[in-house]
Structure formats: C-alpha cells, structure tokens
Design a protein around this ligand. Structure first.
Ligand code: FAD
Ligand code: SF4
Ligand code: SF4
Length: 373
C-alpha cells in the first residue's frame, strides 16, 4: 500500500501548505512543489498523513477540537465565530506598508510586544521584489512588518513551523491561508496519534501554538504565472499585487498595470478547485479584504483566545474597529457559500474522498445553485 501523500501529490490535490516538510527526510519542497525523494517504509499512516489537509479533513471533528462543539446550521457558511467586524491598524505607517488595513501585521506585532507569543511563522517576500513567498520565523516588530503584503503564491510556510518547533519555540503565532490553518489544526489534533520517531520528543505541538490568524483565500497562483507575468512587466519590479472585484492589479514603484482576471485565473493551482474554505474557519481570528475600501479589513473573531487578543489590541489603541454593514456581511456569506458549492461539485467530479461534512452541511451546500449566478 503506497503512502497516502503520494496520492495527494499525484492527484493534484497538494496545496503546498508545508505541513509535511521538515518532519521527514524523504519529503522536500522545491518552489511551490512538494516532492518525495525516496520511498519511505511507513505504509499509509505516517505523520504526513495525519497533518496533510488533503488526506482526510473531518470538519466536525476539527470543530470539536478547536471550538469544543460541532457546527450548527448557523455556522456552516462562515464557520464558528463570535463576531464579524471591520478593522484596521491605527498606525498609518503599518497601513501604508500592508496589503489592506494591516490588521494581520498589527495583531502579530502587538502579540510579540506584549509577550502573548515569542515569535510568529510568517511569509516574507523572497527574491524577485517580494512577490514570492518565503517562510520565516519573525521575532520582532520589524521582522513582522517586513512580511506585510500578500504573496499570491503558496510558500510551504508550515515547514518553518515544523523547524521552529524543533528549535524549541514554545509560544508561537502563525499567519496562514485556510489550507494552512487546516493542516495546523490537524497537527495539533492528531499530533499524538503517531510515533514521533524522535522528531517532536518533549514538544507539545498543541500547546506551543498560541495564536492562529487565518487569511481569507479564494485561490493562489502556481509559479507558472511568473512566466505569464514576465510578458507584461519585469517581475522583480513588482511591489504589490491586488485582486479587487473583477480585476488583477500590479503595482511597481512608478507604475500600475491591470491584467485581465480571466487570463490570470488560468494559473490558479488545481488544488484550489477543491478548497472548501474561504474564510479560514479553524483560525482564532480570520482577516480578509473589505471590498472597495482598500485600507480596512474584514475580521472574523472565532475563539476565546482570538477574541481576547483582538480586544486587548483594540483597548491598547493598536486597532480601530467598526461594525460591518449588513449588506457586506451578506455578500461575504454568499461568496463563502459559493466557494463551498463549487469545491463540493469538483470534489464529487474527481471522486476525491478527503472531505467529510455532516448531512446538514451537505444539504446547505448542495442547495446553492451555481448556475443562477
Ligand atoms: C494566496 C492568498 C489569496 C488571498 N485571497 C483573498 C481573497 O480572495 N479575498 C480576501 O478578502 N482576502 C484574500 N487574501 C487575504 C488578503 O490578501 C490579506 O492577506 C488579508 O486581508 C490581510 O490583510 P492585511 O492588510 O491585514 O495584511 P498585512 O498586514 O499586509 O499582512 C499580510 C500577512 O499575510 C501573510 N502572507 C502573505 N503572503 C502569504 C502567503 N502566500 N501565504 C501565507 N501567508 C501569507 C504575511 O506573513 C503577513 O502576516 C488572500 C491571501 C493570500 C495569501
Ligand atoms: S501536507 Fe501540505 S504540502 Fe504536504 S502533501 Fe499535504 S497539502 Fe501538500
Ligand atoms: S484556495 Fe484553498 S487550497 Fe488554495 S491556497 Fe487558498 S486556502 Fe489553500
């Protein structure tokens, strides 16, 4: 019986989250690809199997682990949460350097400065003008701010988490995409289920991760996109990418260019077609865009821990917070349900079996009529 990770890789399901990297000498990350360089002797249930979001994903089980309960009908579309808000960093300097309102950077920097966490696993820009993701462990506010802005490629960030845990960090924050948050929660929930082989001896993965900030995500791009991009601009001159409604914008120091979104979408990773989570439903706090308002974020508070850290940052004057208008909340719910319905349809077309949802959830998702858009 082959190792199940082989099926994830050969089936085009790998998100490049990085959870299986740096826990096994046979698995390597090259750009946005994961490769098994030699066959291992573990049959189907090694540590990679338990961590990978595409081997199995039992939504109710993970909700019980994170929130202490299964999802009610009300939770199906946006995941368990206590509130949905609009927020932004109060510091104009943070906002200017950020993708949108800078909430992700401001929260992590504040959590480090107040000692809530000692460091955070983030994604900085690599070579090529900051376009390509490079996982790092940020230990200071400056390092956190150097990771601001969205890199629309996958950077296997959880490989840095695995290394940080091995290096002995005991109190970490993580910022990641929904698939990375899924893998992270699987690491916490099932970390004890397999023999460590000496990798995590003495380390409690579950207790070492103190704050999980999830980013909204519709899709990410494969590295092949760089070839397409280079036909329009020099990639190393790009300082920021953005995807406002219906467009794809490229910003350099002295230029702004728009590319047709439909052409860009040809380079979306195939693994994103079966992604069922737009709002990082297993995070402590989820952060996304506030459409049409470039320097604000939409924020979903989910766990007690997330609520505490967010409110403390608000009270300390780090964040500015306001209500989210009802129409925006309705649009967010629509977009999230639409992503679920598309993914669910694709999962059935491919006969992929990794996702387990309740009957109630299945009915809600199947009721959404994609053809009526
Ligand atoms: C691939 C991708 C697709 C996204 N798609 C959407 C979308 O469709 N709709 C939406 O509302 N929001 C989307 N987002 C989230 C959005 O772009 C912002 O990251 C989010 O709103 C936080 O904004 P901010 O101003 O607080 O971020 P900043 O304060 O600028 O901080 C950005 C944070 O994102 C992290 N980061 C950057 N790139 C990556 C990466 N590739 N992988 C993991 N972490 C990364 C950095 O470590 C940093 O902590 C996407 C993000 C990513 C990475
Ligand atoms: S754990 Fe992540 S990187 Fe590894 S195979 Fe699964 S999806 Fe890909
Ligand atoms: S769409 Fe899903 S699988 Fe693709 S990068 Fe975003 S969270 Fe990961």
């Amino acid at each position: 019986m082959p190792n199940r990770i082989v099926e994830v890789l050969s089936g085009g399901l790998c998100t490049a989250c990085g959870a299986c990297v740096n826990i096994c000498p046979y698995i390597r990350n090259i750009e946005d690809r994961i490769a098994i360089i030699e066959d291992c002797n573990v049959e189907e249930e090694g540590r990679c199997y338990y961590y990978c979001p595409r081997t199995f994903l039992d939504v109710d089980e993970l909700n019980e682990f994170v929130f202490g309960r299964r999802r009610s009908e009300e939770d199906v579309i946006l995941g368990c949460h206590t509130s949905v808000l609009a927020a932004r960093a109060k510091s104009e300097a943070i906002r200017k350097n950020a993708q949108y309102g800078g909430v992700a950077s401001a929260l992590i920097a504040h959590a480090i400065e107040t000692g809530e966490i000692e460091a955070a696993v983030l994604t900085s820009g690599g070579d090529g003008g900051g376009l390509l993701p490079m996982p790092i462990v940020a230990k200071s506010k400056d390092e956190v701010l150097s990771c601001a802005k969205t890199k629309y490629f996958m950077g296997a960030s959880l490989s840095a988490l695995n290394k940080a845990l091995k290096d002995g960090f005991e109190s970490l924050g993580v910022v990641g995409t929904p698939c990375q948050v899924q893998a992270l929660r699987k690491m916490q929930a099932y970390g004890d289920a397999v023999e460590s082989g000496g990798i995590y001896e003495e380390i409690d993965v579950s207790k070492s991760i103190k704050l999980v900030i999830g980013l909204f995500c519709m899709w990410s791009l494969s590295y092949d996109f760089l070839w397409y991009l280079s036909k329009h601009v020099e990639p190393s001159a790009v300082r920021k990418l953005d995807i406002p409604v219906g467009g794809f914008l490229i910003f350099g120091e002295r230029f702004k260019k728009e590319l047709p979104l439909e052409e860009v979408k040809r380079y979306v990773r195939r693994a994103c077609d079966v992604c069922y989570d737009m709002t990082a439903e297993l995070a402590d706090i989820s952060v996304g865009a506030l459409e049409g308002v470039p320097d604000w974020n939409t924020v979903i508070l989910r766990t007690e821990r997330g609520e505490h850290i967010f409110r403390e940052a608000e009270a300390a004057g780090v964040l500015e917070v306001k209500e989210l208008e009802a129409e925006r909340l309705e649009h967010l719910r629509w977009a999230s349900l639409r992503k679920k319905a598309k993914a669910w349809r694709r999962i059935r077309e491919l006969k992929a079996e990794f996702l387990k949802i309740s009957e109630l959830e299945r009915k809600i998702v199947e009721r959404f009529r994609l053809e009526e858009e």
